[in-house]
Write a protein that binds this ligand. Structure first.
Ligand code: FO1
Length: 314
């Protein structure tokens, strides 16, 4: 492999961990992290971009590991005050975290693009690597439950993923162009690999692939597409993936992940706990690496990143 650049596609928490691992072992010139913005929404007049925030906080070393989202050493005075004033309190904005949403929102309102705002805020927090939104246009994930179509965060946080999901759609596509950073990374002569971080295929990666031209560009690539499975031991590490699969009548296993990505996928990294999946995955022509995919410590993230890069030849 002659290329050196890696394009990583990431959702929130799990994806952000591998993205942080890649950033820890790669020069900023070698990595583009394109992030799902389907989870974004407007709340209390602020534009919240949860997956961009998760990636920025993870790379800046500011992420709260226990909670899984938001900033560490957080306090909640603003929420308490909002509650006292009878404002909506189903979505928690910490005192430190709210600064991110304030800074992003006024800059967007002043006419800056989401790409520019993201690059600026990440840079100010000391991040040298490129974190780019999948698109500068609004794309909003919605889920269909018995109650009808619901905005993603309303279901995910407001309803704690309770109601079963029968369909998912991404409002704004077609019509949302890839961000300049994502388009540039896909077009690079020195692209070595596309890496799908361990994020939810349906809720975090599909929105990225749904952006105008991205699925086609990824399908037409001349480089390997390497995914890290978001499943460990036949269960989702975090989030509603297992519930979504069950709702589709699918067993919670790597076969479902492989089926979902189909021909796009060349190589799947799975956890030791799922070793039994290897022969079935190989039988469908996939290359499979069995490793430790659970990332509890910084050392886990960098080791997994190194393994992915070795497979990419980058
Ligand atoms: N997740 C929660 O479960 N509860 C919250 O109150 C919450 C607030 C929140 C605020 C800012 C932010 O950037 C993320 C936040 N998240 C919260 C996480 C987020 O809803 C999800 O983890 C992602 O959208 C899924 O990737």
């Amino acid at each position: 492999m002659s290329g050196r650049h890696v394009l990583a596609l990431s959702g929130g928490v799990g994806g952000a961990k591998l993205a942080a691992g890649l950033a820890a072992v790669m020069d900023p010139s070698e990595l583009t992290i394109a992030v799902n913005t389907g989870d974004d929404f407007e709340h209390l007049g602020l534009t919240i971009c949860p997956d961009i925030d998760s990636v920025i906080y993870a790379l800046a070393g500011l992420n709260d590991i226990q909670r899984g989202w938001g900033v560490k050493d957080e306090t909640w005075q603003a929420m308490a005050m909002l509650r006292a004033m009878g404002e909506e309190d189903w979505f928690n904005l910490g005192d430190r975290d709210v600064a991110m949403h304030l800074a992003r929102s006024w800059r967007l309102r002043a006419g800056e693009s989401l790409s520019d705002v993201t690059a600026r805020l990440a840079g100010e927090l000391g991040i040298a690597h490129a974190i780019v939104p999948m698109s500068d246009g609004p794309v909003r994930t919605q889920v269909r439950t018995v109650a009808g179509w619901t905005d993603f965060q309303r279901w995910f946080v407001g309803e704690q993923c309770g109601p079963a999901v029968s369909a998912i759609r991404f409002e704004g596509v077609p019509g949302a162009l890839p961000s300049p950073g994502l388009a540039a990374a896909l077009g690079r002569e020195d692209l070595a690999a596309i890496v799908i971080c361990p994020s939810n295929p349906y809720l975090s990666v599909d929105p990225i692939l749904a952006v105008d031209g991205i699925r086609e560009a990824v399908a037409a690539r001349r480089v390997p597409l390497i995914a890290v499975s978001p499943l460990v031991g036949g269960a989702a590490v975090k989030g509603p993936l297992a519930k979504l699969l069950a709702g589709m009548g699918r067993a919670v296993g790597n076969a479902a992940i492989a089926d979902h990505y189909g021909d796009l996928l060349d190589h799947l990294l799975i956890d030791h706990a799922d070793e039994a999946d290897v022969s079935g995955l190989q039988a469908r022509g996939l290359q499979v690496t069995v490793t430790k995919t659970m990332m509890r410590e910084a050392a886990d993230r960098t080791r997994l990143a190194q393994e992915v890069l070795a497979l990419a030849g980058a």
